[in-house]
Ligand binder design. Structure first.
Ligand code: HEM
Length: 382
């Protein structure tokens, strides 16, 4: 009898527990499937989200084609879930401009970057007032050095000369030129940041390029960690989140400090200013005036690391696409060469001032950027 009562009460608790678990699952399912559609004031969804994954499975065969398809079926603005995070996708120049220009305060932040330690520092990942100060100081310094102007072009021309000599020395032997291209771009950035370029074989520079190339490769999986941040705490180096942070730390501490030391050593009455010395000057000025400033040595180290990464990978990838297109379209390559020779002769290389005289060459460069389209999406902030 006692045994029977015990058995039936165990059965009841199991049934109750089963019901509770089922109810919880149903609530979670309804929350995932129905809630998005019920929250009124958001743009439409192009397709039904999957439980837990949201719209991610739709991108199993790549993002670009699917996003174009969603735009066609749903319009220039639509919503998507990556995991449980809501994204609103805005397409087309008219709507993008409207969003950025009419709502600058809503758009001046990026989503949190849970895969990077100190993700809210430095010009790329900071937000709000910190970003405004880091951005305006960095931009003013870069502009004063000729970023986007012709005065930077002699540094670029010098580097291109060495890059071409290195390629010529290969004497036709096959080589993956990606690392060399990244190193040459980094060298241009080095001359702005530190005031000097490095030999491609310099051990400090080689190890620096290796580290940030490793970091960029590890970024590939970080969009998954951004959706489910707990993934980075799985023991081991699951998805490479530890590599991203380890390389960032090495770049900041070992190279950042070395570069700062080098720039300060070269600094003097007659020395040309560098990004590092100009930033430190601005920082000291703000501190002396008693301003509530976000400029600091730690921010400088992070800015250096971010500028190298933001500037190198983008430019090197664009150049690599250019090489791929030129190898595949030799007629276009010849036509460009003829234009350059007819304007400046076969000896002198073109520089930024010659840009207006070379419409065909310019068109090829712009067409490369359009076709390669290496950064078709961006996350808020302008
Ligand atoms: C072909 C070359 C390049 C491409 C395609 C490119 C593309 C982009 C894109 C799409 C963004 C995001 C814009 C935003 O979210 O507001 C960005 C941001 C940025 N880029 Fe570039 N970039 C290139 C070269 C460079 C260079 C050479 C540097 C510096 C040395 C640089 C530094 C930055 C920085 C610091 C940001 C963050 C700006 C901020 O958040 O305020 N980029 N870039």
């Amino acid at each position: 009898m006692i045994l029977a009562t015990f058995a039936s009460s165990t059965l009841w608790s199991t049934v109750t527990l089963g019901y509770a678990a089922l109810t919880l699952c149903l609530i979670l399912l309804v929350k995932t499937l129905v809630k998005p559609y019920m929250s009124g004031n958001i743009p439409p969804f192009p397709a039904r989200p999957y439980p837990i994954l949201g719209h991610l499975p739709y991108f199993a065969n790549g993002q670009r084609q699917k996003l174009l398809e969603f735009r066609k079926t749903t319009g220039d603005i639509f919503s998507m879930f990556f995991g449980s995070q809501l994204f609103v996708v805005v397409n087309g120049p008219r709507l993008v401009k409207e969003v950025l220009v009419k709502h600058p305060d809503t758009m001046n932040s990026r989503p949190p970057q849970p895969f990077v330690d100190q993700g809210d520092y430095g010009v790329v990942f900071s937000n709000g007032a910190m970003w405004k100060e880091q951005r305006s100081v960095s931009q003013a310094i870069l502009r004063s050095f000729g970023m986007g102007k012709s005065s930077l072009s002699h540094k670029i021309s010098e580097e291109i000369g060495i890059y071409l000599d290195t390629l010529a020395a290969l004497d036709g032997k096959p080589k993956d030129v990606r690392t060399l291209t990244a190193a040459s771009i980094s060298n241009v950035i080095c001359s702005i940041m530190v005031g000097k370029r490095f030999d491609y074989d310099d051990p400090l520079f080689k190890s620096f390029v290796e580290n940030f190339t490793r970091q960029i490769a590890a970024f590939d999986n970080m969009s998954v960690v951004a959706i489910w941040p707990w993934l980075r705490y799985i023991p081991g180096n699951f998805l490479g989140a530890k590599t991203v942070n380890m390389c960032a730390q090495i770049i900041r501490q070992e190279f950042g400090d070395k570069f700062i030391e080098l720039a300060l050593k070269e600094d003097g009455e007659d020395a040309a200013p560098t990004f590092i010395t100009s930033y430190i000057k601005e920082m000291k000025k703000a501190q002396k005036q008693g301003n509530d400033t976000t400029l600091s040595m730690e921010q400088l180290r992070i800015n250096l690391q971010q500028l190298f990464i933001a500037g190198t990978d983008t430019t090197a990838t664009t150049l690599t696409w250019f090489l791929v297109y030129m190898l595949n379209y030799p007629k276009i390559q010849s036509k460009m060469y003829e234009e350059i020779c007819s304007v400046m002769g076969p000896e002198r290389a073109p520089d930024m001032q010659d840009k207006v005289k070379l419409p065909y060459t310019n068109a090829v460069i712009m067409e490369t950027q359009r076709l390669a389209s290496i950064a078709p999406q961006r996350y808020a902030k302008h």
